[in-house]
Design a protein. Structure first.
Length: 119
């Protein structure tokens, strides 16, 4: 089992920045990817990006590329989502999730943290 806990959500003005953290505990040695996802009211869950736990390699959705940055601190078992130039379409509940390989579903999820952007 892997336990994930997000923190850092809140209210920010459009154009501003917010930093989310995902703290992992439990069987962290089994983590291959940590992914960030978001879900706005009435919309499907959307993948934001991911990071390979061992190498730090990242991937991003086109909608956030160039604005969001994912990084990890293996010593602290923490993954960070730095969100810059936030736009009115970015508000959602943001979740981090983990999976044990590139070919399996994300099976451990955090509780989510709310991000609100004011225009």
């Amino acid at each position: 089992q892997v336990q994930l806990a997000e923190s850092g959500g809140g209210l920010v003005q459009a154009g501003g920045s917010l930093r989310l953290s995902c703290a992992a505990s439990g069987r962290t040695f089994s983590i291959y990817h940590i992914g960030w996802f978001r879900q706005a009211p009435g919309k499907d869950r959307e993948a934001v990006g991911s990071i390979t736990w061992s190498t730090g390699s990242t991937m991003y959705a086109d909608s956030v590329k160039g604005r969001f940055t994912i990084s990890r601190d293996n010593a602290k078992n923490t993954v960070t989502l730095q969100m810059d130039n936030l736009k009115p379409e970015d508000p959602a509940v943001y979740y981090c999730a983990s999976r044990s390989s590139a070919y399996t579903p994300y099976n451990f999820w955090g509780q989510g943290t709310q991000v609100t952007v004011s225009s």
